[in-house]
Design a binder for this molecule. Sequence first.
Ligand SMILES: [Cu+2]
Length: 156
Amino acid sequence: MEEEAKLRVLLRAFLACGLVAIPAAPLLDAVAAPPLGITVSKAWMRYLLPNIPAGGYMVLQNSGTGDAVLTGAASTACGMLMLHQSQDTSGMAMMMDTPAVTVPAHGSVEFAPGGYHLMCMQPVMKIGTTAAVTLNFQDGSSLAVTMPVYGPAGPP
Ligand SMILES: [Cu+2]
């Protein structure tokens, strides 16, 4: 399974870098206002095993007149939640941290296997339940998203 292979590559990279000790999740900002014009659809998590990062996927739609910039995410279901981008460079699957993802005005951005994704380190979740994720934007706004948790095969 290709995605699983990518996860293994990433996991090995983390272990190789000695990044085993991961800081506690930042506190969720409960008072931030939701961003104007941003809606989320097709949200889901791919969960494999507790010691393998889970992937978060969704479509962000911006009906507003200004760009929205996603700068981070947090979840109590993850030891750490990061914005990542997969890239297939000369047949070698790579994942990189990405500091921000811009959702253009009147446009959308898809988080999907092989592209942008949320990388949930040390996942604590169960297939068939949901994971609560907070998306944080550059303007200080945030958006709560409920992500159904699926196994390796993804949504039916
Ligand atoms: Cu990743």
